[in-house]
Structure formats: structure tokens, C-alpha cells
Write a protein that binds this ligand. Structure first.
Ligand code: KIV
Ligand code: NA
Length: 266
């Protein structure tokens, strides 16, 4: 197979065949997505999807490292990017560098992702000039849910110019790609046309240079709520419910275990 894509390879895909991206948090799911994806994100969505947290704000460096180590063991082909969790990078470029370097050193990821636009551009520049590739994330930035007042569509009307300015600022600061989350499609298309690096959309536009979804959302495994953009390609949650109900019924009826599941004396 071709060598694993680097951040430079991802950047070179601007305007080409769309980048296929998914999240993963565990080794078996990483093994499932690896043959099909260019980029696998260990997202801080892990907090909500696997740990039952009410938002991404409670996610820690330790959680990101543990999940990224697991994902890394399941990838051989796709590039691994790890989210910087809330509180690990906002206070300044130097603390951001220390935490990003720890993520890279302890997980083997190729790059980190952090949320923010104009205000984070100096940090993106600081990291990228010191050997840490950065994927940026603008538009709806879930770690800012409390200052945004909810998980609303960002950049409608007059507010669109500010999101474009955010995407431009992180691009000029050296981000190799920019996630666009929950924007009007026309704005996401405009940003894609105006910045030099690939945009990866989630609730953004079909014209983005790539797409990403939370893997548990698209598999129908995470069903606590369903964002409009989270297309379900499978209903594994419903399948699992049927399987567990069947097991419960068989145990209560002494129909499981059957002879083929049991051991003889010999
Ligand atoms: O944490 C996450 O899963 C993400 C993607 C949805 C972009 O940031
Ligand atoms: Na995230």
C-alpha cells in the first residue's frame, strides 16, 4: 500500500478527491475505519460518545492519550490526528506546545487539532513553527458551548465574515487543514473557495475538500441525540438492543447456553 499520508499530503489534496475522515476511539473501530479513511480523528467527542459526559468540557489529556494510544494500535494506513482537550491550549502558546508535544510523544499521532480562529492563530503559528502540525476547527466549536449559548448554526448573515476571517487566520498561521462545523452551506463553500488548505466539513457543505462524521453517530451507536448532519449509515444500536434482548430471553428460558457452548468431562 501507499505510505501513510502526511499533513503535507493532506494539504496537497486541496480541490481534489474529497478527503474521507471519521473519528475513532478504540482499537477495533480504528481497524474498521483504517482501510477507508485518509484521516482518523481521535475527537474529544469521546467524552460524550463513550464516557457519558454532558459536553466535551470534562475531557482530560489523560483520556485523549489513552484513547489515542488505542486508536494508534488499530491504524496502519490512515493519518491519526488527536484533539487537544478543553483547557489544554487556550491559556497560551507555551502551555499549548507542552500539551501538544505530550500528545504527539505519547500517542504517535501525526498532528493535533484545536478549536478556534483569529484568537488561536498565534498558538497555531507557535506550534507549526516548532514541529507540530495543526488541524484547525472553526464555526461551531463545541468546547465554547457556554459562550456560544448552545450548539447553534454559526456564521449566519453578518456573522459569516467573522468565520471566514477565522478560517483565513488559522490558514495563514500554518494549519494544514481546517474543520468547518455547522455553518450555512453557502458560507462553507465560500470559505472552501477562499482558503488555500483543505476544508473538512461536518454540517458544512458538499463542496468542502473533505467530510468528517463521528463514527458512533454514523453507525447508529450513539443515539442520545441526533444532529441533523449526522447521517446514519447503519443502526448498530438497534441491532445491539435486539441481540441483548434475545440473550436475556434465552437466559431466562434456560435456552442459553446450549450443548454446543458447553464442555464435556473428557
Ligand atoms: O471531537 C470530534 O469528534 C470533532 C469532529 C466532529 C470534528 O471535533
Ligand atoms: Na472535537
Amino acid at each position: 500500500p501507499a505510505r501513510r499520508p502526511t499533513p503535507q499530503d493532506i494539504t496537497a489534496r486541496k480541490g481534489g478527491t474529497p478527503l474521507v475522515c471519521l473519528t475513532a476511539y478504540t482499537t477495533p473501530v480504528a481497524e474498521l475505519v483504517d482501510p477507508h479513511c485518509d484521516l482518523v480523528l481521535v475527537g474529544d467527542s469521546v467524552g460524550m460518545v463513550l464516557h457519558g459526559l454532558p459536553s466535551t468540557l470534562g475531557v482530560t489529556m489523560e483520556m485523549m492519550i489513552l484513547h489515542a494510544q488505542a486508536v494508534g494500535r488499530g491504524l496502519s494506513r490512515a493519518m491519526m490526528v488527536v484533539d487537544m482537550p478543553f483547557g489544554s491550549y487556550e491559556a497560551g502558546s507555551e502551555v499549548a506546545f507542552a500539551n501538544a508535544a505530550r500528545l504527539m510523544a505519547e500517542t504517535g499521532c501525526a498532528a493535533v487539532k484545536l478549536e478556534g480562529g483569529v484568537e488561536m492563530a498565534p498558538t497555531v503559528r507557535f506550534l507549526t513553527r516548532r514541529g507540530i502540525p495543526v488541524m484547525a476547527h472553526v464555526g461551531l466549536t463545541p468546547q465554547a458551548v457556554n459562550t456560544l449559548g448552545g450548539y447553534k448554526v454559526q456564521g449566519r448573515g453578518e456573522a459569516g465574515d467573522a468565520v471566514l476571517a477565522d478560517a483565513r487566520a488559522v490558514t495563514e498561521a500554518g494549519a494544514f487543514s481546517v474543520v468547518l462545523e455547522k455553518l450555512p452551506a453557502s458560507l462553507a463553500t465560500r470559505i472552501t473557495q477562499e482558503i488555500a488548505v483543505p476544508t473538512v466539513g461536518i454540517g458544512a457543505s458538499a463542496e468542502c475538500d473533505g467530510q468528517i462524521l463521528v463514527v458512533d453517530d454514523m453507525l447508529g451507536l450513539f443515539t442520545a441525540f441526533k444532529p441533523k448532519f449526522a447521517k446514519r449509515y447503519a443502526e448498530l444500536g438497534a441491532d445491539a438492543d435486539r441481540a441483548i434482548a434475545a440473550y436475556a430471553e434465552e437466559v431466562r428460558a434456560r435456552a442459553f447456553p446450549a450443548a454446543e457452548h458447553l464442555f464435556g468431562d473428557g
